[in-house]
Write a new protein. Structure first.
Length: 177
């Protein structure tokens, strides 16, 4: 290939690049797009609906029927979502969240050497099966102001399985209702 052929190839590439950029600039002049002042969309959410829904769910659920949906094996699988922040071993240490060994029927915010949020510290209840069910459904709505960032478990079977798994990981498991 001689130098004249190479010059033609380079010239063709340069002309193509110039045409692409030229068409872009000309189209910017022809079609003026007005950009919005505020970037994004406004999403309106009714405040209070989540709490009302949780209250309805917790009052309408029969905990023994719910727990009948769960299994210990499923609870062990689902707990993997929790294991990043919580330990379940007997002498397990607190991680991002408190250790959960023997947590069923224990007072809320009672795990030693863990700094709880003010919301959990002042809650004043025990982790009963019903409380665990409501909390695991949507922690941020069940106890407002707690610092647990987990979205919750929407499936009844998953919540029931976790509750059964938490109950079994105890020195003295509570009898299931």
């Amino acid at each position: 290939m001689d130098s004249f052929e190479i010059n033609k190839i380079i010239a063709a590439i340069l002309v193509t690049v110039l045409i692409v950029f030229g068409v872009n600039k000309i189209s910017d002049l022809l079609f003026i797009v007005k950009k919005p002042e505020i970037k994004g969309y406004k999403v309106e959410v009714k405040v209070g609906d989540a709490t009302a829904t949780l209250a309805n769910v917790s009052s309408n659920i029969n905990i023994s029927e719910l727990l009948a949906l769960g299994t210990l094996e499923q609870g062990k699988k689902v707990f993997k979502k929790c294991a990043a922040c919580h330990s379940i071993k007997k002498d397990g240490k607190n991680k991002i969240g408190p250790a959960l060994y023997s947590i069923v029927n224990k007072s809320v915010a009672s795990v030693p050497n863990y700094k709880y949020s003010k919301a959990l510290s002042s809650y004043g209840k025990k982790w009963s099966f019903e409380e665990l069910n409501g909390f695991l459904l949507k922690p941020s709505a069940w106890i407002k102001g707690n610092k647990m960032g987990f979205a919750g478990l929407k499936k009844d079977e998953d919540r029931a399985s976790i509750i059964i798994y938490l109950n079994e990981n105890s020195d003295n498991p509570a009898p299931l209702p």
